[in-house]
Ligand binder design. Structure first.
Ligand SMILES: Nc1ncnc2c1ncn2[C@@H]1O[C@H](COP(=O)(O)OP(=O)(O)O)[C@@H](O)[C@H]1O
Ligand SMILES: [Mg+2]
Length: 392
């Protein structure tokens, strides 16, 4: 069997049991959608209401018949993603049944979009463990980023980097806010980390969970949604839903404010660059541009604040008219920069191709002359001086 754990410690049981993860969750009622999704992801049977709730977030696909290998959850901000990432880390570390060699240390690795966000998830994890009278006894050691458990499993929480993944035995891997990952050294850190985790997870039959706010029509999260959302499969499950559906405790007002800010960002990042630029340049190059753009964003916002004079009205949230104008200007600037880069790229690539063609032509010419010279020498040796091969 997979690492759903012994039936008596199903994800549903550990989330709701006040002696286990339920101790920190307190009022379980508001976590119903999450519970349903996780039950489905672990191949547990859903009742009629749960099946309906599942269909609404899973694109009307059938629930999986067994624990999936990959779960991807695309949910709005403050939808309980990091909290459930933490709950899953603890569940898989404490109740998973893993294929490990004797004495081998397996890690449940949680990767977040930044150090701060890793710290948030880490605090949630410690919270889940310490709130439970049973799980708290499983803690052997806690350092800044890692918790060692009595069963030998390590829970390790970091900002994303494929360097963190290398050389570890992973029994589960959880990506928090994967759509927002950045890495100076890579245009596609999400894809690279994903590829780095797969071999390790394959040997332990470990589960991979990606949780993120939707952000742009690029990258791993987008690919997973495109390829697997609403598709019947026991291997991969993709769910998608609003913050409110996953976290009914949030007020409409808070959500409306966030949506406004999110929309401004979406206009900036997704609509123009991903649409126009994807056609013009490769997705990787486009992603790299968006990465550097995101880095520039705070200083850009500062300059907008100075112009307008009233910072509070702008951020947060961006005022829609300013946001829209800002988005259009930035998208155009991005387009121009991309076009210029692309043209420069093409020029240098064409020049390189021309140089290579010339090099081959020269070499061919030289080789032909040398060959002819060799054959003439042979002919002279054979027929006497003054003889050329062609006159034989
Ligand atoms: N379904 C829920 N029921 C009760 N509280 C929730 C729920 N979802 C999220 N929360 C609370 O909202 C806050 C933000 O949750 P978090 O997991 O950090 O959100 P995000 O999705 O942005 O990672 C936390 O205090 C969390 O406990
Ligand atoms: Mg979060």
């Amino acid at each position: 069997m997979g690492d759903a754990g012994p039936a008596r410690f199903s994800i549903d049981r550990t989330l709701t049991d006040k002696r286990l993860l339920g101790a920190a969750l307190q009022d379980v009622a508001s976590w119903t959608t999450w519970r349903t999704v996780l039950k489905a992801a672990f191949g547990l049977t859903l009742n009629r209401d749960e099946a309906r709730a599942f269909a609404a977030v899973a694109g009307s696909r059938k629930p999986p018949q067994q624990r999936v290998r990959e779960l991807w959850a695309i949910i709005g901000r403050r939808g309980g993603k990091s909290r459930m990432a933490a709950a899953l880390a603890v569940h898989l570390a404490c109740f998973g049944t893993h294929r490990l060699a004797r004495g081998e240390v397996g890690a449940v690795l949680v990767l977040a979009a930044s150090r701060d966000q890793a710290q948030t998830v880490f605090s949630y994890i410690v919270g889940f463990l310490q709130a439970s009278p049973i799980l708290s006894k499983e803690i052997v050691n806690i350092t800044a980023h890692e918790i060692t458990l009595r069963n030998g499993i390590l829970i390790s929480v970091h900002a994303n980097s494929f360097r963190t993944v290398r050389g570890r035995t992973l029994v589960a891997c959880i990506f928090d806010e994967a759509a927002f990952w950045r890495d100076e050294a890579s245009a596609t850190p999400d894809v690279e980390v994903y590829r780095a985790t797969l071999p390790s997870l394959a040997t332990t039959n470990g589960m991979l969970i990606g949780i993120s706010t939707p952000y742009r029509k690029l990258g791993l999260l987008h690919q997973k949604h495109r390829d697997h959302f609403g598709v019947d499969s026991d291997d991969v499950l993709v769910v998608q839903g609003s913050t409110r559906r996953f976290n009914p405790t949030l007020s409409e007002q808070t959500i409306a404010t966030q949506r406004q800010a999110d929309q401004a960002l979406t206009e900036l990042h997704v609509a123009r660059p991903a649409g126009v630029m994807e056609r013009l340049v490769s997705p990787e190059l486009c992603a790299r541009g968006i990465n550097s753009f995101t880095r520039d964003l705070p200083s850009l916002l500062t300059s907008v604040k100075l112009v307008d004079g009233d910072a509070r009205q702008i951020w947060p949230p961006l005022r829609p008219p300013i946001a829209a104008a800002f988005a259009a200007t930035m998208a155009e600037a991005q387009d121009r920069r991309f076009s210029a880069d692309w043209a420069k790229n093409r020029e240098s690539r064409d020049a390189a191709v021309r140089a290579e063609q010339q090099r081959i032509a020269d070499w061919y010419q030289r080789a032909t002359e040398e060959q002819e010279e060799r054959e003439n020498a042979e002919a002279r040796e054979h027929f006497g001086p003054g003889h050329r091969k062609n006159s034989v």
